[in-house]
Design a protein around this ligand. Structure first.
Ligand code: PLP
Length: 400
């Protein structure tokens, strides 16, 4: 093969994908693996979305798609932004791409010059830093400690911003911690951003509807309308509507920015599959009751796992407001040895030993930029979660 491009040198393979792959391999060998590593809802895609895709296919909607999104889908997104976020985005301020991931990727590609900095509250979704590097930028990770419930603090944000800062990237509820910001907390972030008029804000609201105990989701352009003109609000159907395989994400933002991102879109994709666009239109326009219903189920699972983790000596875990992840602290196990004789020197060692000795797939905090933690996904049944927790408890109990 030809030598790979320099731009790939600092870009890693996602650790969660790697762990999920390892789980698949062991499963193929007949091992019963408990997978708590995948960031994917276990619910089915709503049937009205599937029916809409089916009807579109039968109706001949099989030609090249509208790259920036069909008019019907853009209208559905416009309504969604108004309904859920009280944000007004005209159709020419809206763009569709192959998942939230592609929206973020294309937005970075459209706006970053070499050396431009992107402030990323950390721990953070694995892909942010790699996408920024891919686009020639420099990720600036701002540590958000457990003591602050993993939330970005105004003074830390202010200190991280330099003359080179292009973007602040927000993601609340967060992958991997599940932390979400209240309006007051978001207003404090907004207040700092008002002092830095050259910095833009990309907010990844992918977990908007996965929120518990009556906590109210908020997004920065709605909390502080004076920032509206420099916010890109990113969302998608993957997590909310269990449509990870359909590949559709979208964003709303200032028209010039949307035009620039759209320009990248037209070069690196032929648009989102027409059937997916029909399904996404149906799901965004359709009944929204399933969101609260499913959030109720996730909340029950979160509490179920938290209760079991609390019974494991040495593990501490904060109670998150949203998403479907827990991020327990495993510092008590660093320096110890597993029942299988493996020395635990890091959270990566912990996850690998847990996988090899008890066949539970998790992801190390290091992959998200904060150690020593482990990310557990509870987007699976109570039965699987129960068995996973038992195995984790055994693993921890067996440590010397
Ligand atoms: N943003 C966050 C925070 C995520 O956790 C994920 C998926 O894990 C994505 C974006 C990707 O979403 P999509 O499936 O829409 O590309």
């Amino acid at each position: 093969m030809p030598a790979t491009a320099d731009r790939l040198k600092n870009v890693s393979v996602s650790a969660s994908v790697a762990m999920t792959q390892k789980a698949r391999e062991l499963t193929a060998q007949g091992v019963k693996v408990i997978s708590l590593s995948s960031g994917e809802p276990d619910f089915p895609t709503p049937s009205h979305a599937i029916e809409a895709a089916h009807a579109a296919a039968l109706g001949g909607d099989t030609k090249y798609p509208a790259i920036e999104g069909t008019p019907a889908l853009k209208m559905a997104i416009q309504r969604k932004f108004k309904r859920d976020n009280n944000l007004d985005y005209a159709p020419n301020q809206i763009l569709v791409a192959g998942g939230g991931k592609q929206v973020i990727f294309n937005a970075m590609l459209a706006t970053l010059n070499p050396g431009d900095e992107v402030v990323i509250p950390t721990p953070a979704w694995i892909s942010y830093a790699d996408i920024v590097k891919f686009a020639g930028g420099v990720p600036v990770q701002v540590p958000c400690s457990q003591a602050n419930n993993f939330k970005l603090q105004a003074q830390d944000l202010d200190a991280a911003i330099t003359a080179k800062t292009k973007w602040l990237l927000l993601n609340y509820p967060s992958n991997p911690t599940g932390s979400a910001c209240s309006r007051v907390e978001m207003a404090a972030i907004a207040e700092v951003m008002l002092q830095h008029p050259n910095v833009w804000i990309m907010t990844d609201d992918m977990y908007e509807h996965l929120i518990y105990d009556g906590f109210e989701f908020c997004t920065i352009a709605a909390v502080e309308p004076r920032l509206y003109d420099r916010v890109l609000t990113v969302n998608g159907v993957s997590k909310a509507y269990a449509m990870t395989g359909w590949r559709m994400g979208y964003c709303g933002g200032p028209q010039d920015l949307i035009k620039a991102v759209s320009n990248v879109n037209t070069q690196n994709s032929g648009g989102v599959c027409t059937l997916t666009q029909a399904a996404a239109t149906a799901v965004l326009n359709g009944p929204q009751g399933l969101l609260a219903e499913r959030a109720g189920i996730y909340q029950q699972r979160r509490d179920f796992v938290l209760e079991r983790l609390a019974g494991i000596d040495g593990l501490t875990c904060h109670k998150p407001e949203g998403a479907f992840y827990l991020f327990p602290n495993i510092s008590a196990f660093i320096g110890r040895t597993t029942a299988g004789g493996r020395k635990i020197s890091s959270d990566t060692d912990f996850c690998l030993a847990l996988m090899d000795e008890h066949h539970v797939a998790t992801v190390q905090g290091a992959a998200y930029g904060l150690s020593p933690y482990v990310r557990l996904s509870y987007a699976t049944s109570l039965q699987v979660l129960g068995e996973g927790c038992e195995r984790i408890a055994e693993f921890c109990k067996g440590m010397r």
